[in-house]
Every structure is written in structure tokens, then in C-alpha cells.
Design a protein around this ligand. Structure first.
Ligand code: ZN
Length: 200
């Protein structure tokens, strides 16, 4: 999984990758940290059906641990990118249809969470207005799957290979730095202008 993530993205910068299985009281399926992932024992279910959690946490080595969101209003820069990368790796390892089913299931959960918040609630958007509230209130599948879908949309405008190159450019530019969506937007615009100029 790490090899496939490296092939799609850029070289892994954190040395050894380790998964530390925590006691059942650990409240998340997985949690990314540089060098190692914390994992719940509940993801080890015998049929490997929860392996995507490890894929997800591995991909956080690039987006989340290397390029990091500057605040929780920009959480999708961690989670949306990581889901996008995770599904690229899953698609390589388990086939494109596997990744499509994950995207379909993610879309259903996304719709459910957005419906619960209300479609016009900022928590249903990629840039929730936390407005003094605890960020915990806004944590849902929205930054994960809406972020994923937005990146799929951008990819559809550029083509897979160009988008992969853009992604690498973005990661190398902001390596060991923290970002807001304005940084992504500027990098995207600069990249498009530079590549359009090159093409003419
Ligand atoms: Zn994540």
C-alpha cells in the first residue's frame, strides 16, 4: 500500500512506517501520526475488509502529516485529499470497481450527513464556519467525501495524468507546511496558467 501511494504521489519522507494497535477503548478506527498510525483492534476483522483504514492512514503521510491543514475550517485539505489518494491506491490494489463502490457508499453517507445538517448549513460545505463553536461539532463525512468529489471534479477537468502531476507539485510546494484552501486555489491557478502557456 505504501509502495502504491509512493508511486502515485512523491517519495515517502517519514522513514519507517509502523501501525500501533491500541486497546479497544481507542475511540477511532485509525489516527494518523508522522512515523506511525494508531489503529483500533476493531479494524482487524479476519476478512481484511477494513484494510482501507490502513490505506487511508498511510495516505495521510502526504496530506495531513506532511501538508497539513492550518485550521479545522480547512479540514478537507487533510481528509478529502487523503480519501482521494486512498481510492487511487485501492483502485490499483483491488481494481477500479472496488474504489467506485467505496465512492458510492461514501456518497450515500455524505448525503445523509448533509441532509441532517441542512444543505445550506455551512457544515455541509467544504469550508464550515466554526464561528466560535468547537470544531468537533462540524466533524462529519463532509470533508472526506465532498472533498473527494471536488478533487474528482478537478481531475475530470485536467485529465488523470495532469492532475497527478499537479498533486505532486502541490505536495512538494507545501511539504512540512500548513495550508488553507486559498493556498490550494493559488497553486491550482498558477499551475493551470503555467501549463496552458507551455501548451501554446
Ligand atoms: Zn483521515
Amino acid at each position: 500500500m505504501l509502495d502504491e501511494a509512493e508511486k502515485y504521489l512523491t517519495p515517502y519522507i517519514w522513514g519507517n512506517y509502523t501501525v500501533l494497535v491500541l486497546p479497544p477503548s481507542f475511540p477511532y478506527g485509525g489516527m494518523e501520526n508522522p512515523l506511525l498510525t494508531f489503529a483500533s483492534p476493531t479494524i482487524i476483522v479476519g476478512d481484511k475488509s477494513q484494510v482501507y483504514v490502513a490505506t487511508h492512514e498511510i495516505c495521510h503521510s502526504w496530506t495531513g502529516n506532511d501538508v497539513t491543514c492550518q485550521n479545522w475550517e480547512n479540514m478537507w485539505l487533510n481528509e478529502g485529499f487523503t480519501v482521494f489518494e486512498e481510492r487511487k491506491v485501492s483502485g490499483k490494489l483491488h481494481g477500479a470497481n472496488f474504489a467506485k463502490v467505496e465512492a458510492l457508499l461514501g456518497n450515500q453517507s455524505l448525503w445523509s450527513d448533509m441532509s441532517n445538517y441542512g444543505l445550506n448549513n455551512s457544515y455541509s460545505s467544504l469550508h464550515p464556519n466554526l464561528d466560535g463553536h468547537t470544531p468537533d461539532d462540524s466533524f462529519s463525512i463532509v470533508p472526506y467525501d465532498k472533498g473527494f468529489q471536488f478533487l474528482v471534479y478537478l481531475e475530470s477537468l485536467m485529465g488523470e495524468n495532469t492532475f497527478q502531476d499537479f498533486l505532486r507539485t502541490y505536495i512538494l510546494k507545501y511539504s512540512r507546511d500548513s495550508v488553507r484552501y486559498e493556498d490550494l486555489k493559488k497553486t491550482w491557478e498558477d499551475y493551470v496558467v503555467a501549463n496552458t502557456t507551455n501548451a501554446t
